[in-house]
Design a protein around this ligand. Structure first.
Ligand SMILES: [Zn+2]
Length: 397
């Protein structure tokens, strides 16, 4: 009997040890807001200055989204991560690629693109958010163009450029990736660039940007602080934050891991988007449903990342896949809600009882469902048998 009691005591001690070793991530997932309803938001990047064919794609997307409504008759929402300029190729060519000149989204050439955006915003299906003045750091492009003919051709092309064609490291706005590993930008140049992009955003949309998503998810505290100065109160993140490009150009120098509802040092609210849905890459409608299922079990919002290239390169097929995915999500979760990231962030900030669960049992179930994403904890919980009481705890809800 004594041996049994001793073994049990040792097991309990072991469990306590495992829980203590992971106290930080476990506590963070306990404090993370628990949503009362399934939430689905399509997050779509790279729109704005660029190919003129975007106007038709946006018009088609707007019509499609307006046909899909939740039970409150709120149509499906797609965010538009907006880019505010592309290179003015002929002017840059005239300087021999020594000077950078921009073709802004406010230019008359983009009238149809802006109108298509505004129509969708008025219809409640598009929510613009700041992606960046441009999808690159202009001085880095000029340096890269000196050594690379393909960059030079891209930079001097007569038609509005598609930034998707740039090498990935150069698509990061908040580092100098003209050579690798990338170099950090000065705080002063970041502040100036952010102030300029806020002015450009206001000129197009009539108000300051309130939500921002960094290009290629590479940014740092200095960018957040500068965005906060300009009124950005919500930051979209994939979870971990990369602050540089490494020697092979991959996002690296991870310095933070964020959960939805956590605050930045500058006071902004983070929202995590971590479901990837790119129909042109072969993703099926079911992927959207599966993403929503997992996030709903965790009582998190399902923020789905997609890009304009789907709707420019393979428009009809991508539209059909998106529509099928949205309809399948509605069929699987009839109580799913569509809302904007800003509305979601406000509900989280206010701990709005209409959106945020306060009851203990559902919170325990959500917490249990979130723990499996901590790989080492999951393994240790299985090896030590801690997974069993945790599962019982989750099921008691
Ligand atoms: Zn982008």
């Amino acid at each position: 009997m004594a041996v049994l009691a001793l073994a049990l005591a040792m097991l309990l001690l072991l469990w306590v040890g495992v829980l203590l070793a992971f106290a930080g991530p476990l506590a963070a997932r306990w404090h993370e807001p628990v949503l009362r309803h399934p939430v689905l938001i399509i997050e779509s990047d790279d729109w704005g200055a660029g190919p003129l064919t975007q106007a038709d794609a946006l018009t088609r997307l707007s019509a499609l989204l307006q046909q899909v409504c939740d039970r409150n008759r709120h149509p499906a929402v797609m965010t538009l991560g907006v880019v505010l300029e592309v290179p003015d190729g002929p002017r840059i060519a005239a300087t021999g690629c020594k000077e950078y000149h921009a073709l802004p989204l406010a230019d008359a050439r983009f009238d149809a693109v802006r109108m298509a955006m505004q129509d969708g915003i008025r219809a409640g299906v598009f929510a613009p958010q700041l992606h960046g003045q441009c999808h690159y750091w202009p001085p880095a492009l000029l340096v890269a163009a000196q050594n690379d003919e393909s960059i030079r051709d891209w930079l001097t092309a007569p038609d509005p450029a598609a930034t998707e064609a740039l090498p990935s490291p150069l698509q990061s706005r908040w580092v100098d990736a003209s050579s690798l590993p990338s170099r950090t930008l000065s705080n002063e140049s970041i502040q100036q660039a952010v102030a300029a992009e806020a002015v450009a955003y206001r000129a197009v949309f009539g108000h300051a940007p309130r939500v921002a998503v960094a290009t290629t998810f590479v940014w740092n505290d200095a960018v957040e602080a500068a965005w906060a100065q300009e009124g950005v109160e919500v930051l979209i993140t994939s979870g971990p934050r990369a602050t540089c490009r490494d020697a092979v150009g991959a996002p690296a120098c991870l310095d933070a891991a964020m959960l939805s509802g956590e605050r930045s040092p500058a006071g902004q609210t983070y929202l995590v988007r971590d479901v990837y849905f790119e129909p042109a890459l072969g993703h099926e409608p079911q992927r959207l449903v599966e993403g929503l299922r997992t996030r709903t079990r965790q009582r998190r919002a399902c923020l789905v990342e997609t890009h304009r290239f789907n709707f420019l390169q393979a428009r009809e097929a991508s539209l059909a896949t998106l529509q099928a995915g949205l309809n399948a999500a509605l069929a699987a979760y009839p109580d799913v809600r569509f809302l904007t990231p800003l509305e979601l962030a406000h509900a989280i900030q206010r701990r709005d009882p209409a959106w945020i669960e306060k009851r203990l049992k559902p919170r325990l179930a959500a917490w249990r469902a979130r723990l499996d994403e901590i790989p080492r904890f999951r393994r240790l919980a299985q090896i030590t048998g801690l997974a069993l009481p945790l599962t019982l705890l989750g099921r008691s809800a």
